[in-house]
Ligand binder design. Structure first.
Ligand SMILES: C[S@@+](CC[C@H](N)C(=O)[O-])C[C@H]1O[C@@H](n2cnc3c(N)ncnc32)[C@H](O)[C@@H]1O
Length: 586
C-alpha cells in the first residue's frame, strides 16, 4: 500500500473514533503487506473500531432491501463501493464517500491461487488445491449468479455475463486466466460493480480479511461476516494470544500478552492449515503445526446409513475441524427428523490428516475396516482391520503418487512470481509430509498388530515351516502324484486351499494350527449348503491340480476352501500374499 494511502486510512480511522495502544506503528513489509509493530514494550495492546465504520450486514440490507444471503449482498455492496463511480446512498449518507479511504487502501493484489496464471497453477501440481480451483470458481460464480439476477438495473447485461462466464468456466486454465481471473486486480480495467470480476474481487477481500459479526452482535448468524477497517491490518500468527470482544460500541481486538519493542503485533486467524491459508489468504506458514491434508471418501447411501445407524464409527464433517473463530459454519448442523443426516456426506466424507493428531487416521481405519468386513464380522475384528489398513494404505500411496504428477505445461508462457512458487512449494511439501506420515503410521500399526497377534496369523511360509511333512508326503499322496512328477502350483495361496482340504480329509493337525481347522469346520457348516457359484479361476485351478483324477476332490469342495481362505485372510499390499487370520477382537 502506498504510504500516502496508509496515512489517509489511519487519519480517517482516527477521525471516526478508531483507537489503539500508543507506540504502535503500521509499516510496509516485503512479504506480508502492512504489519503492525510495537515501538516500545506493550502489554495487552488493543485495537478498537467503532461499529459505525464497520462494513456490516445492516448496510447491505438497507441498500438492497434484502433479508437473506447477507454475505453475498455485503460482497455486492463492497464491489459497488469500489467499482461504481456513482453514489451509494443509505439513510441519506453516501457510503462511497464515507468509506473511500478504506476502500482505496484495500490490497491491489491478493496471492490466492484463484487468480494465479496457468504456469503458477502448475506449481501446485495435482494437489487438492491445484485440482479444486475450478470448482471453487464455479461455486463463487453460482453465488454471484443467484444474486445478480435480482438486480433490476443490470438485468439484461447480467444475463449476458452469466452466459459468457458459464461458458468460460468450461474452458482451459489459460482462457479462464486471460478472460477472467487476470482482470480482477488489474488497475487499468474498469468493470461494472455488479459484474462477476468485481464480485470475485470482493469475495477475495472478504476471504482474506473478514471477521465474524457475532462478536459485536450476539444475535447474528454465526456465518455472518463484517469488514473491520484498520484492525484488519493485523497479520496472522497462530501462537498469538488475542481476544475479540465488543467494548461499548466498538469491535476490540486485544493482545493477551506483552509484545517487546520491535516485535510484530499479530492477530490470530485460528488454527488453519496451509491449504486454507493459501486459498483464502494467499500465504503459507513453514512448519505449520495446523497443517492438514484432506482426503475425501465417497460412500454409497446404503453404507452411510448402515454406519450411522449401527455403529459408533465417527464420520467427520467440516464442523469437527473447526478450530478458529474465522470458521463460521461451526455448530450449525442440521439433523432431520429421522435422526440420521446423511445429506452432509453427499459430497463425500472429509478426513483431514495431520502429523500432530492421529484421530482422523483412526476414524479412517474404522471406516475402511467397516467397508471390508463381512456380514459375520465386526469392524473391530483383526482381519477386516488389517485388510482395511492395507486398502487405506493403497489409497494414500495413490494420493502421494498424484502429487508427483506434473500437470500439462500451458502453451502460453507466463512469468512465475517467486513468492507464489515458494508458497506452492511449501504447501506441496507439507501435503507430501502429512501423507507420508500417515502411511508410516499405518506401517507401524500393522507391525504392532502382527507382532501382538502373531499366534493368530498364518502365512504360507509359516505353515510350511510348522507342517514340514505336508509338502513332502501328504500333498503328493493327496494329489496322487507319480514319484517323478512335480507339483505345479500357480500361487502360494493354492497351498493354503490344498492344506485345508488335505487336513480336513486326514484330520491330522498339530495343536499350533488347530485354530485354522476349527475355523474351517465352522465355515463349512455355515456355507456347505449354499448354492454353487463357482468362478472360472477356481474351475481352472481344479482342472490344473487334478490332471489325472478330477473326481478325487469335487469342484465344490475346492470352491469352498477358496471361499474360506478368501473370507479369513487379508492380502498384504507389499507382497500380494494372503495371510490367514483368526477371528479376534482388537
Ligand atoms: C487481514 S490481512 C492483514 C493485513 C495485510 N498485511 C495488509 O497489508 O492488508 C491478511 C493478509 O495479510 C497477509 N498476511 C497475514 N498474515 C501473514 C503471515 N503470517 N505471513 C504472510 N502474510 C500474511 C496476507 O497477504 C493476507 O492475505
Amino acid at each position: 500500500m502506498p504510504p500516502e494511502k496508509l496515512k489517509e486510512l489511519l487519519n480517517w480511522g482516527y477521525q471516526h473514533g478508531v483507537q489503539h495502544s500508543k507506540d504502535v506503528e503500521f509499516v510496509q513489509t516485503p512479504d506480508k503487506g502492512i504489519s503492525v509493530v510495537a515501538k516500545s514494550e506493550i502489554s495487552n495492546a488493543s485495537f478498537q473500531v467503532p461499529i459505525d465504520i464497520v462494513i456490516r450486514r445492516s448496510l447491505a440490507e438497507q441498500l438492497f432491501q434484502i433479508s437473506s444471503n447477507h454475505n453475498t449482498w455485503l460482497k455486492f455492496l463492497v464491489a459497488k463501493l469500489k467499482f461504481d463511480s456513482n453514489a451509494t446512498v443509505v439513510e441519506s449518507q453516501n457510503l462511497k464517500t464515507k468509506f473511500a479511504p478504506y476502500i482505496d487502501a484495500l490490497p491491489r493484489e491478493i496471492d490466492s491461487p484463484l487468480v494465479w496464471n496457468p504456469m503458477e497453477l502448475n506449481e501446485l501440481g495435482n494437489t487438492n488445491l491445484g485440482s479444486s480451483l475450478t470448482l471453487k470458481l464455479e461455486s463463487i460464480f453460482l453465488e454471484w449468479k443467484s444474486a445478480v439476477i435480482h438486480l433490476e438495473e443490470c438485468n439484461e447485461d447480467a444475463r449476458q455475463e452469466i452466459v459468457f462466464t458459464q461458458q468460460l468456466l468450461t474452458q482451459d486454465k489459460s482462457s479462464i486466466f486471460t478472460n477472467l481471473t487476470s482482470k480482477v486486480f488489474s488497475s487499468e480495467l474498469q468493470f461494472s460493480w455488479w459484474s462477476f470480476p468485481a464480485f470475485l474481487w470482493s469475495h477475495l477481500i472478504f476471504l482474506s480479511r473478514s471477521f465474524p459479526e457475532y462478536v459485536v452482535n450476539p444475535d447474528a448468524d454465526p456465518s455472518s461476516v463484517i469488514l473491520l477497517p484498520i484492525v484488519d491490518l493485523l497479520n496472522h500468527d497462530y501462537n498469538s494470544k488475542v481476544e475479540w470482544k465488543r467494548v461499548d460500541d466498538s469491535f476490540c481486538v486485544q493482545k493477551l500478552e506483552t509484545v517487546m519493542a520491535g516485535q510484530e503485533i499479530c492477530n490470530n486467524y485460528g488454527g488453519k492449515g496451509n491449504e486454507e491459508l493459501l486459498s483464502g489468504y494467499g500465504f503459507v506458514l513453514e512448519s505449520n503445526i495446523f497443517d492438514t491434508a484432506a482426503l475425501k471418501v465417497r460412500l454409497s447411501q446404503a453404507v452411510l446409513t448402515q454406519i450411522l445407524r449401527e455403529t459408533q464409527i465417527k464420520l467427520p464433517n467440516i464442523s469437527d475441524y473447526t478450530t478458529s473463530a474465522f470458521d463460521f459454519s461451526a455448530g450449525r448442523e442440521t439433523v432431520p427428523v429421522s435422526g440420521v443426516d446423511i445429506s452432509k456426506y453427499e459430497d463425500g466424507v472429509l478426513y483431514l490428516l495431520s502429523q500432530s493428531n492421529s484421530l482422523c487416521l483412526d476414524w479412517l481405519l474404522d471406516m475402511f475396516a467397516f467397508i471390508e468386513k463381512s456380514a459375520t464380522e465386526s469392524y473391530v475384528n483383526l482381519r477386516p482391520r488389517l485388510q482395511g489398513l492395507q486398502n487405506l494404505r493403497a489409497a494414500l500411496e495413490a494420493k502421494l503418487a498424484t502429487f508427483r504428477l506434473v500437470p500439462e505445461e500451458s502453451q502460453k508462457q507466463y512469468s512465475i512470481s517467486t513468492y507464489r512458487a515458494k508458497t506452492a512449494q511449501v504447501y506441496k511439501s507439507g501435503q507430501t509430509k502429512i501423507v507420508k506420515h500417515a502411511i508410516n503410521e499405518l506401517k507401524r500399526l500393522e507391525k504392532e498388530w502382527t507382532t501382538k497377534y502373531k499366534r493368530d496369523m498364518l502365512t504360507v511360509k509359516k505353515l510350511m515351516r510348522i507342517d514340514q511333512t505336508f509338502l513332502e508326503v501328504e500333498l503328493p499322496a493327496f494329489l496322487q502324484l507319480d514319484d517323478n512328477s512335480d507339483i505345479a502350483l500357480d500361487s502360494y495361496n493354492t497351498l493354503f486351499y490344498l492344506w485345508v482340504l488335505c487336513k480336513h480329509a486326514n484330520g491330522d493337525v498339530t495343536q499350533e494350527l488347530r485354530w485354522v481347522m476349527d475355523l474351517y469346520d465352522t465355515f463349512t457348516e455355515v456355507h456347505e449348503n449354499e448354492p454353487d457359484v463357482i468362478d472360472k479361476e477356481t474351475k481352472f485351478l481344479h482342472q490344473t491340480i487334478f490332471t489325472n483324477d478330477s473326481e478325487k476332490l469335487s469342484l465344490k469342495q475346492l470352491a469352498l476352501a477358496v471361499k474360506f481362505v478368501n473370507a479369513n485372510s487379508y492380502t498384504r499390499l507389499s507382497k500380494g500374499e494372503m495371510i490367514l487370520v483368526r477371528n479376534v477382537n482388537l
